[in-house]
Design a protein around this ligand. Structure first.
Ligand SMILES: CC(C)(COP(=O)(O)OP(=O)(O)OC[C@H]1O[C@@H](n2cnc3c(N)ncnc32)[C@H](O)[C@@H]1OP(=O)(O)O)[C@@H](O)C(=O)NCCC(=O)NCCS
Length: 210
């Protein structure tokens, strides 16, 4: 379990400084409960997230699927990488869930796969953060933790299909997977790999399978 506050430096981590020079009844239906006799009201809530593995914290698939659908859209199951996940369980001691105030807010899952003739590796996905929390560093925190855990457990590499500019921030690149192929339709530029053991994917090709 890891705990991390939303970084203060981002400035978006706080519901801060809501300055109501407006009359509060405009916003709160006349209840006036936020009118403390001042014309500036500060509402501040510091958000802490806690990240658990799915082995530590049991979460129903349905709750995870709901976040993924809100973040990625209802068609998320049509993605090529999803075909490698159907009917299977993720690696629960590597897959992560994040909570804020007891509410599930983010998920990232890792799956055991075969990366062509490189052999055993992990497939990452889906990674999803509740849309109202986007841009607060939680996605990157989840990725860093999942990579750290996979490395600690001795895995050789992680592959995924996703947006290179985002995943490059934590070391993924299309280079190690350039000679590999995914089943189904996908964009080769979005097939990314991260070697946890240096050279693990190097010189290998073949199809990524379950
Ligand atoms: C992608 C996602 C997991 C990122 O989580 P997050 O908690 O919002 O991300 P972080 O706060 O850690 O990082 C935000 C940074 O990543 C950038 N970023 C977010 N999504 C990006 C993307 N798809 N491509 C490139 N950069 C992206 C943001 O612009 C921001 O940049 P900044 O730090 O320079 O301001 C989240 O936005 C999400 O669930 N999106 C819906 C699914 C999706 O779009 N997936 C695409 C990736 S395959």
């Amino acid at each position: 379990m890891t705990e991390r506050p939303v970084p203060e430096s981002k400035g978006r981590a706080f519901f801060v400084g809501v300055s109501f020079l407006l009359k509060s009844e405009t916003l709160f239906g006349g209840a006036n409960k936020f009118d403390c006799g001042r014309n500036v009201l500060l509402i501040s809530k510091f958000m802490n997230w806690t990240i658990y593995t799915e082995a530590e914290k049991l979460v129903e698939d349905e709750a995870i699927f709901a976040i993924v659908a809100r973040a990625l859209g209802e068609d998320w199951t049509t993605k090529s990488s999803h075909q490698l996940r159907i009917g299977r369980q993720p690696e629960k001691d590597l897959s992560l869930v994040a909570f804020i105030d007891g509410k599930l807010v983010a998920t990232v899952r890792l799956w055991s796969i075969l990366a062509g003739n490189a052999g055993e590796a992990l497939l990452l996905g889906p990674l999803a953060v509740e849309p109202y929390l986007h841009g607060k560093g939680l996605g990157q925190a989840m990725l860093k933790r999942v990579i750290e855990l996979a490395k600690e457990k001795g895995h050789g590499a992680i592959v995924l299909v996703g947006d290179a500019p985002y995943y490059e921030r934590v070391g993924f690149s299309s280079k190690p997977t350039w000679m590999m192929r995914m089943p189904g339709r996908y964009d080769q530029n979005r097939l990314l790999g991260l070697e946890l053991i240096p050279g693990y994917l190097e010189g290998h090709d073949g199809v990524i399978t379950r």
